[in-house]
Design a protein around this ligand. Structure first.
Ligand code: 13P
Length: 253
């Protein structure tokens, strides 16, 4: 399986011109890699314009969210249908920064169902805010997955990507990085939840990603020892040179 490296640009950069520059510099390298699929998730306003710069399937676009209705009186929302129209292929859903704004597990479930009505791949983000000695955080992550995937068929579940993003390891305020061994343990737990949810063998191939303070120094350790198929990169994806380093590491891992 190719490594899946997803850039979550969040609410950056401020100008479309800079978005195009950054995408071009990454695409020059990413589009040539054989063992890596790169996905750039810019703010929605840039999707259409960056779509013109996509050269091949090795480096594609994704959205950071999608609303569950197709169209209608939903001020400020953008549907999966519209995102599909921009040629994006992936949609991040349930990111902790959206959950912090009030997004619920039931909202996330509705979003995934609407995304799956198109040839789009939902990237479901799960992760605990903090860890506790009683391991309640494991229950929480398991529940996030179960609730997000309620009423999905085996075939639908098999099209989902799961990103484990412990909230305590995300962003410049992160207290510490997640150890690859902890990532490995959670990845194993996620695989067990997926196997329990579906009788089908196909869930075995669901890619699991790690995200949270990933950079060129630690990316190899997650890919080698973290039992993951790829990475979801925030800050480090805004620096073209740094992100390209991560892609090259993934190409060799
Ligand atoms: P950072 O890489 O900036 O910690 O962000 C991770 C993240 O939230 C990616 O979705």
């Amino acid at each position: 399986m190719k490594k899946l490296i997803i850039a979550n640009w969040k609410m950056n950069p401020t100008r479309g011109l800079d978005a195009r520059k950054l995408f071009k510099s990454v695409n020059t390298i990413a589009s040539k890699l054989k063992n890596v699929e790169t996905v750039i998730c810019p703010p929605l306003v840039y999707l259409e314009s960056l779509g013109e710069l996509v050269t091949n399937r090795a480096c594609v676009l994704g959205s950071q969210d999608a609303f569950w209705e197709h169209a209608g009186p939903f001020t400020g929302q953008v549907s999966a249908d519209m995102i599909f129209g921009t040629k994006a292929r992936y949609v991040i859903v349930g990111h902790s920064e959206r959950r912090a704004l009030g997004e619920t597990d039931s909202d996330i479930n509705k979003k995934i169902k609407s995304i799956l009505q198109f040839p789009l791949i939902p990237v479901l983000c799960v992760g605990e805010i903090s860890r506790d000695d009683d391991h309640q955080f494991v229950k929480l992550v398991k529940n996030q997955i179960r609730l997000a995937l309620v009423d999905l068929t085996d075939e639908e579940i098999s099209r989902v990507v799961i990103a484990y993003e412990p909230v305590w390891a995300i962003g410049s305020k992160a207290k510490k990085a997640c150890e690859p061994a902890d990532c490995r343990e959670m990845s194993h737990i996620i695989k067990t939840v997926l196997a329990d949810l579906s009788n089908s063998e196909i869930t075995k191939n669901i890619p699991i990603l790690y995200g949270g303070s990933v950079n060129s120094e630690n990316s190899e350790s997650y890919l080698k020892d973290g039992l993951v198929d790829g990475l979801l990169v925030g800050r480090a994806s805004l620096d073209g040179k740094e992100f390209i380093k991560i892609l090259k590491i993934a190409e060799k891992s």
